[in-house]
Design a protein around this ligand. Structure first.
Ligand code: PBG
Length: 330
């Protein structure tokens, strides 16, 4: 005999101990990478209205925050820079004295064991706000590759542990791999923002990084939201070009893409719990409309359950604190 009344699925839900024992998905602090925004100057902490709890930080505060993250057990951070000035070719992106390069050197010295990932893109640095070189209103793919390679190399020379190209140019992973290998950095891994969709969920990030495009949009390089098969091809090409970790971004509206990618590929898989996903939780939490902590844990668990090994999230610090109170895992 099978089925009810022999089978009673509620048996394993009766007590907390049994629920914990039969929980299939766990969160731990080592799953997370914490994003930070670095700006020039000293003693600067500019709050970012749609990202409560995250700020644009000058180097002195970045160091404080990096140490705090490390103390909380967070293993990695990802850095985004706000340059002194912007120009058509995004020159500060690959400047040895650029803000991200300075931040990498300073953090490496102060907190050597914290893994520093850098976002490799031009949109924060270009005056037009696009992720590549603009030529007659079009984004020139191949001309951009050289600038992205130079950016990645400058980050690694400063001491970055991993680079993460996010410009969605064809061939960007391969170009960066070649540039790193040619300078004897064949040990430095690349995390590709492989399936990155043209998403309205990036809105708050563009406020934080001051990187909204000033004409058009990013749909000629970022993916169509409805495309899952194309996402598999994007991931495949990143893997062919040498990506060590692949990513799906955003996370929540693309959990099916993540789950499909998890079945297809054996590479470590990252998911970016992007700015708009965070803002919505924060706003509804502040209004008292949801239990913010519970919703945070539930959404992060859903990303993990869908197949992510690594979650990039603005929640990383608060979740680390919470996990510590809970004895380490959820
Ligand atoms: C840079 C980049 C973006 C994000 C990460 N890297 C913005 C964009 O593509 O417009 C978005 C992250 C977020 O929304 O949290 N290209």
């Amino acid at each position: 005999m099978t089925g009810f009344p022999l089978t009673r699925l509620r048996r394993l839900r009766e007590k907390e101990s049994l629920r914990a024992l039969s929980r299939e998905t766990h969160l731990s602090v080592s799953d997370f990478i914490y994003p930070m925004f670095v700006t020039h100057g000293r003693n600067i902490r500019h709050s970012i209205e749609p990202l409560p709890g995250c700020d644009q930080l000058s180097l002195d505060y970045v160091l404080e925050e990096a140490m705090e993250a490390a103390d909380l057990g967070i293993r990695g951070i990802i850095l985004f820079g706000i340059p002194q000035s912007k120009d058509p070719l995004g020159e500060e992106a690959y400047d040895e004295q650029g803000i991200v390069q300075e931040a990498v050197r300073a953090i490496k010295q102060a907190v050597p064991d914290l893994m520093i990932v850098t976002d490799v893109c031009l949109c924060e640095y270009t005056d037009h706000g696009h992720c590549g070189v603009v030529d007659n209103g079009r984004i020139d793919n191949d001309a951009t590759l050289q600038l992205l390679s130079g950016t990645a190399l400058s980050h690694v020379l400063a001491g970055a542990d991993m680079v993460a190209p996010s410009a969605m140019m064809d061939g960007q992973v391969g170009a960066i791999r070649n540039a790193l290998d040619a300078s004897d950095f064949e040990q430095v891994p690349i995390m590709g923002y492989s399936a990155k969709f043209a998403s309205a969920f990036y809105g708050p990030f563009r406020v934080a990084a001051e990187s909204a495009p000033n004409f058009g949009d990013r749909r000629s390089y970022q993916m169509e939201p409805g495309n899952r098969r194309m996402a598999m091809r994007e991931i495949e090409t990143d893997i062919e070009q040498g990506a060590d970790i692949v990513m799906v971004k955003p996370a929540l509206a693309y959990l099916d893409v993540l789950a499909r990618a998890r079945e297809r590929f054996d590479h470590p898989m990252a998911a970016y719990n992007v700015s708009g996903e965070y803002s919505m939780v924060k706003a509804a939490g502040a209004a008292g409309w949801i239990d913010e902590q519970a919703v945070m844990l539930e959404t992060l668990s859903s990303i993990k359950r869908a197949g992510a090994d690594i979650i990039l999230s603005y929640h990383a610090k608060e979740v680390a604190r919470l996990l510590r109170e809970m004895g380490g895992v959820y």
